[in-house]
Design a protein around this ligand. Structure first.
Ligand SMILES: Cc1cc2nc3c(=O)[nH]c(=O)nc-3n(C[C@H](O)[C@H](O)[C@H](O)COP(=O)(O)OP(=O)(O)OC[C@H]3O[C@@H](n4cnc5c(N)ncnc54)[C@H](O)[C@@H]3O)c2cc1C
Length: 497
């Protein structure tokens, strides 16, 4: 029996991973992007939420899956060698009114059985996080909060899926769902028809469009934009805990996060946009100003703006229902939705995967595999190794001794391993962003000024590519336009300047 999962984001890949445990399921993941995790999952705050911000009366299923997902990430990050840290978080209050908000979340923490949550004031609070702004009068400390590499998680899941016999078909947009005799028959894609007995819709921002293709139109999705700034890793002070402002109805607040890459992330905004703006993932002056203003209230000293190395925006897929849409349809039979996966979708992803697995088991008999491999190792990072091991690695493969990125100390060996892994999971062509997310080049202070041309020249040499034809990411995002010398060689046509 074949199951096609539409969407190689954190939701679709988590579901696909869980389903590769079954012998009688052939798992195929389809995505319109040429790589994994390039939708909503790429651009978010990266928090594994403790889940005391989920109200079990308003959103019982979301709360349950957030809690389950949070706990499963302990296991999944170890099995899949995903970058994560668990520094805990402080929800900070700067007014008596905000203290009431903190008290509300403290009550939810008790109801949701979130471990170790405490309401702190004064010396104890500042001992825990000395970088807090002295104007902060109270903090709700949740020690189980974590921060993860969200796109690294997608890559790890994809590699594990392929290791367990699953397939990824990337760069194929789903155009239609074929239905016959009240059941799904497969998906029409830009790369042809794919037969399927079961279809999972995990299409993020576009899930409502996919559902409509199957004749289901009882919800819509609109984007809620979040804008961010990233400071260089050397800035001080950097908080050791995750700090954020008190949440509102619309957002979990503005965060300051010392990420797994050790850069300081500040954001996001929460701007509701109309449904036709699902590609508006750009930043605005007002958005970034707002984020900076909010962050200043939380931290003793915000680093100077000159040390911002990057800005970006992500779009939350907000469903009209307000909660996750997780259903197995009887008409058409076999159409399954994992839609409207708004925040805390990253946290909940392993929980959502388990829930979808349960829905499928209620309809189909699944046979567990005798041998299923839960493990995957990340690319070896020479800079993390003790000197003796690093030297041994370089003796075995001198590429690990050739530094490509000075900012982050990334070697050519890591870049070439990234190329190999991209090919293995079915990435149709090597892109610079694909290398960035895997080898961690172009993420440091210079943002690729030095390592991008160097990498591109080496890829030209080793893969036989024309340097200008390399893409950053999507169709049309070429590194160059052609050979400059060829432009001069071209005979000048009459009338051409
Ligand atoms: C600003 C912001 C901050 C957030 N912060 C957090 C946080 O700190 N913690 C947390 O837990 N959650 C957070 N979230 C939520 C979390 O990021 C999302 O819930 C999660 O990433 C959704 O993943 P997904 O796989 O459902 O969607 P996506 O990652 O968008 O995956 C869907 C995939 O479907 C593909 N697709 C769409 N249409 C088609 C088609 N027609 N054919 C083929 N493929 C298609 C897309 O290309 C995409 O790759 C945040 C979100 C945002 C935007």
């Amino acid at each position: 029996m074949r199951i096609v999962v539409i969407g190689a984001g954190i939701t679709g890949l988590s579901i696909a991973r869980v389903l590769t445990r079954y012998d009688n399921l052939e798992v195929v993941v389809v995505d319109k992007n040429p790589d994994v995790g390039w939708g909503v999952s790429k651009a978010n705050t990266s928090i594994i939420h403790p889940c005391h911000e989920e109200d079990p009366d308003k959103h019982p299923l979301r709360t349950k899956l957030c809690l389950e997902g949070h706990d499963k990430w302990y296991e999944w990050t170890r099995e899949l060698d995903i970058r994560v840290k668990w520094p805990g978080e402080i929800m900070a209050a700067t007014s008596e009114e905000e203290i009431r908000v903190l008290e509300h979340y403290y009550e939810l923490a008790i109801r949701n059985r979130v471990p170790g949550v405490r309401l702190l004031r004064g010396e104890e609070l500042f001992r825990l996080e000395p970088t807090l702004n002295p104007e902060v009068i109270a903090g709700l400390y949740a020690p189980s909060a974590g921060t993860i590499d969200p796109i690294g998680a997608c890559i790890a899941l994809a590699e594990n899926i392929v290791d367990n016999g699953g397939r990824l078909l990337l760069g194929r947009r789903v155009k239609g769902i074929r239905v016959g005799d009240y059941r799904v028959l497969g998906v029409e894609t830009t790369g042809g028809f794919i037969q399927a007995d079961l279809v999972v819709n995990a299409a993020g921002l576009y899930a409502d469009e996919i559902s409509r293709m199957a004749g289901i139109s009882d919800y819509t999705i609109h984007p809620r934009r979040g804008q961010y700034l990233i400071y260089d890793r050397t800035v001080q002070p950097k908080p050791s805990r995750i700090i954020h402002s008190a949440p509102t109805q619309k957002t979990k607040g503005v965060y300051l996060v010392n990420t797994v890459g050790e850069v300081l992330l500040v954001g996001p905004t929460a701007e509701d946009l109309p449904s036709n703006m699902r590609d508006a993932n750009y930043t605005t002056r007002e958005g970034l100003e707002y984020v900076l203003k909010q962050a200043m209230k939380l931290i003793r000293k915000l680093p100077p703006r000159e040390l911002v190395i990057r800005t970006y925006a992500g779009l939350r897929p907000e469903p009209s229902t307000g909660s996750f849409i997780l259903r197995f349809h009887e008409d058409p039979w076999g159409f399954i939705e994992a839609a409207g996966i708004r925040s805390p979708g990253l946290t909940a992803a392993p929980g959502i995967a388990g829930y979808i697995e349960k829905l499928i088991r209620e309809h189909v008999e699944l046979k567990p595999r005798e041998k299923w491999n839960p493990y995957r190792r990340d690319i070896t990072r020479p800079k993390m190794l003790p000197a003796t091991e690093r030297n041994r690695l370089i003796r075995e493969n001198p590429d690990y001794g050739r530094i490509i990125c000075q900012c982050e100390g990334v070697s050519l060996g890591e870049v070439m391993e990234a190329v190999k892994r991209m090919k293995k999971i079915g990435v149709p062509e090597v892109t610079l962003d694909g290398l960035k997310f895997r080898a961690h080049i172009m993420v440091g202070r210079c943002q690729g000024t030095f390592c991008r041309p160097l990498t591109s020249f080496i890829l030209q040499e080793r893969l036989g590519l024309e340097i200008w034809s390399l893409k950053f990411n999507l169709e049309g995002s070429f590194y160059g336009v052609g050979r400059v010398k060829d432009l001069f060689k071209k005979p000048v046509e009459a009338g051409e300047k």
